[in-house]
Design a protein around this ligand. Structure first.
Ligand SMILES: NC(=O)c1ccc[n+]([C@@H]2O[C@H](COP(=O)([O-])OP(=O)(O)OC[C@H]3O[C@@H](n4cnc5c(N)ncnc54)[C@H](O)[C@@H]3O)[C@@H](O)[C@H]2O)c1
Length: 252
């Protein structure tokens, strides 16, 4: 039977796919007809996802490990064939006031959020070339565009995500590989519920936005489907914001 959906025929690897935004993207991609490899550090959560769909396999992966990447891509190729979509979604939010950081939060943020995405592009490059092209989505944040006091390691790494997508788009364009960054605003996930926000009135913050609430993970998936599919075939090196209007400007 012919598969249907906006991603029919696509083979995608989604990192950080065990929970939060990544999990929602995995489920939406499967619903749109893609064959999907969900990769994450969280082996237990991945195990719970096994068997949900014949179009889904899970693979333990630390995005910092090139060996893990090689294993994940090999598994993808064996089960579904070469991937043509990569969603570099795995990320960590680490704090570090400028005045008293020892650098660890910066190193870890950049290792996971930035270098992890580079390793992902390296690991899938040959597969995408084989497929005649592909689409890479790097999940950044509104934090790429505005300062976030106390969270500079995170914000700086998210700005690096956006910049990385632009450089990669230029380098990989001749191979038919598009690279875009996707920038959610606040989304209700374990990350946004972390103790880093203790004492910060998130509700008051969201109430001031044009869309005055936090998003649910599924609300980010439409943009991911668009960027993964040929619907965005002329878009590369671009930054796409799904932020409830957070960056539209200050409220009156
Ligand atoms: N939640 C938000 O408000 C928000 C807003 C803007 C951007 N983002 C971005 O969206 C992405 C997903 O965030 P989320 O809110 O779903 O967070 P989350 O913490 O719920 O999920 C992140 C996932 O990444 C995985 N991960 C972390 N380090 C990893 C590593 N080294 N290797 C493999 N997997 C790893 C975690 O295990 C987890 O499953 C992140 O890149 C984040 O920066 C989130």
């Amino acid at each position: 039977m012919e598969r249907e959906g906006r991603l029919a025929g696509s083979v995608a690897i989604v990192t950080g796919g065990a929970r939060g935004i990544g999990r929602a993207i995995v489920e939406r991609f499967v619903a749109e007809g893609a064959q999907v490899v969900a990769a994450d550090l969280l082996a237990d959560q991945l195990a719970e996802m096994d068997g949900i769909s014949q179009r889904l396999v899970t693979v333990p992966l630390d995005v910092r490990s090139r060996e893990d990447w090689a294993r994940a891509v090999e598994r993808c190729r064996t089960v579904f064939g070469p991937p043509n979509v990569l969603v570099n979604n795995a990320g960590v939010m680490l704090a570090g006031p400028i005045a008293d950081t020892d650098g660890t939060a910066y190193r870890d943020s950049f290792d996971i959020n930035v270098l992890g995405a580079v390793f992902g592009m390296q690991a899938t490059l040959e597969s995408m070339k084989e497929r005649g092209g592909g689409s890479v989505i790097i999940v950044s944040s509104t934090a790429a565009m505005v300062g976030t006091p106390g969270l500079a390691p995170y914000a700086a790494s998210k700005a690096a995500n956006m910049s990385l997508a632009k450089s990669a788009a230029i380098e990989l364009g001749p191979l038919g590989i598009r690279v875009n960054s996707l920038h959610p605003g606040g989304v209700q996930t374990p990350m946004s519920q972390s103790s880093l926000f203790d004492g910060f009135d998130q509700d008051a913050f969201y109430r001031r936005l044009p869309i005055p609430r936090i998003a649910q993970p599924h609300e980010i998936t439409g943009a991911a489907v668009f960027l993964a599919s040929d619907e965005s075939g002329f878009a590369t090196g671009s930054a796409f914001f799904v932020d409830g209007g957070q960056l539209a400007g200050p409220p009156l």
